[in-house]
Design a protein around this ligand. Structure first.
Ligand code: PA5
Length: 440
């Protein structure tokens, strides 16, 4: 394993798979991306984002985060999709698994506005009631329903509980520079704001204040995260090409589902972020790999059977973490009633790594090709590398597939129906059509 960077290893992925012509195709797709000559080229701001982040910007985010950390016991981050998953993924990947139950330095960062669960909102409001809390409200369009509902509720609660002045000091809005209801509201209320650049789409926005601010509030090092991303921006192309080529070759060979696998519980939300990135970018024109995910070894006891023996339309991409942060040794037991003495003296991660290798070999034997992405450790730097790597590979892969990776027209369909059913002004025609369909 290369000690300093993430790496893509296709040893068990491409046996018997036709990759002819795909390197040329991938190089052409990379050229299209980098020259800005492809579809969706007005959304390429993320491509050179890491190296363009300056000291002043980082300092401003750190100061804002510090102020929230000093004044708040909780900070509620409101957003959905690309305005939520990146921050959630990085925070989870770096946090103590039981941080929610432990007293730590600084506020607890909570998430809202990523669902319309009434009980979820009730429970959240119940938790922060009587405590000083702040809000980071994130929406590029500034009009998305889920975060708008959560923000209306929490804003009102905060103002009543702590007063308008405290609320005004501890609400930060991250949104478009000019457009959208949230921009207007933030201007009127005098909130601190950060801009999501026009040319950075939601799912590519984790290295803007969308991700950086909540990550900094949690106490993690956003400089190292950005530095890791810069490393991949400057030197990651070979890995990007390897991944894009392998997944397109597998797709062409009939593997329509890619399962992102982890053996590290901290990576659950990284997979959720990855699913959005690839699902929204590639799933269009009736094409695209279906991105799925599992957490092993947990899901070996639920999905393992299907993956080993079910329909052979899948391949796996295992994100394998090198070093753990802590060592836990399995003790020896004189009686050995549980029969575990054969692994006594080993650390738990040694067992996990053997489970990982054994699983990969079994799945390859069962006809599920296996790509490997190695990440030296779960640190800010390597997560920054991984994020940028996945983003660029997504752009290249999408162009190889022949779609515009930077739009998401399909997500509007449900909204139209929902607004029609809720009798939102302007949806009268859609409402009549739905009523007729429901009656029919
Ligand atoms: O990637 C995307 O563009 C979407 O997933 C958006 O991030 C999501 O719909 C939230 O949109 P907004 O930030 O405008 O509230």
């Amino acid at each position: 394993m290369n000690d300093n960077k993430i790496q893509v290893i296709s040893k068990y992925a491409l046996e018997g798979v036709d990759t002819q012509g795909l390197r040329e195709k991938a190089l052409a797709a990379k050229q299209t991306l980098e020259s800005g000559s492809g579809a969706g080229n007005d959304f390429l701001g993320w491509l050179h984002l890491p190296s363009s982040i300056d000291e002043q910007h980082l300092q401003s985010i750190e100061q804002c985060a510090q102020s929230l950390r000093q004044q708040c016991e909780y900070v509620v981050t409101i957003g959905i999709g690309g305005s939520y998953l990146g921050a959630k993924a990085v925070i989870e990947a770096l946090s103590d698994h039981f941080a929610a139950y432990k007293n730590g330095n600084g506020p607890k960062v909570l998430f809202a506005g990523n669902n319309i669960g009434e009980d979820y909102l009730y429970d959240l409001m119940d938790l922060v009631r009587g405590h000083k809390f702040g809000i980071i409200v994130i929406s590029k369009s500034g009009t998305t329903t889920e975060p708008a509902i959560a923000f209306r509720l929490l804003k009102e609660m905060l103002e009543k509980q702590e007063g308008k002045e405290f609320a005004q000091r501890n609400i930060v809005a991250v949104t478009d520079a000019r457009r959208g209801a949230l921009r207007g509201l933030a201007t009127q209320e005098g909130y601190a704001t950060y801009v999501i650049p026009d040319d950075v789409g939601g799912r590519f926005s984790v290295l803007t204040p969308v991700g950086l601010l909540p990550i900094a509030v949690t106490g993690f090092d956003i400089r190292a995260l950005v530095a890791g991303a810069v490393e991949m921006e400057c030197e990651g192309d070979e890995q990007v090409l390897n991944y894009a080529i392998a997944r397109n070759a597998l797709y062409q060979s009939g593997k329509k589902i890619e399962i992102l696998v982890n053996f590290a519980p901290r990576l659950h939300f990284l997979a959720e972020w990855w699913k959005q990135l690839y699902g929204e970018s590639e799933g269009k024109d009736h094409k695209g790999i279906f991105p799925a995910s599992v957490d092993f070894t947990t899901d070996l006891h639920s999905m393992g059977q299907w993956i080993q023996d079910g329909e052979r339309t899948i391949f796996e991409t295992v994100v394998s973490v090198g070093d753990q942060q802590h060592e836990v040794i399995i003790p020896s037991d004189d009686e050995d009633l549980d029969g575990l003495n054969y692994i006594a003296g080993k650390n738990v991660d040694y067992v996990n790594k053997m489970a990982e290798l054994g699983t990969r070999l079994a799945h390859v034997d069962g006809g599920a090709p296996n790509l490997l992405i190695t990440i030296p450790a779960l640190t800010e730097r390597y997560l920054g590398q991984l994020i940028y790597f996945f983003e660029k590979a997504c752009g290249v892969s999408g162009y190889m597939l022949g779609v515009n990776p930077f739009n998401q027209p399909g997500v509007e369909a449900y909204k139209k129906n929902m607004f029609a059913l809720l009798n939102k002004p302007g949806y009268e025609e859609a409402s009549a059509a739905i009523q007729a369909k429901l009656k029919g």
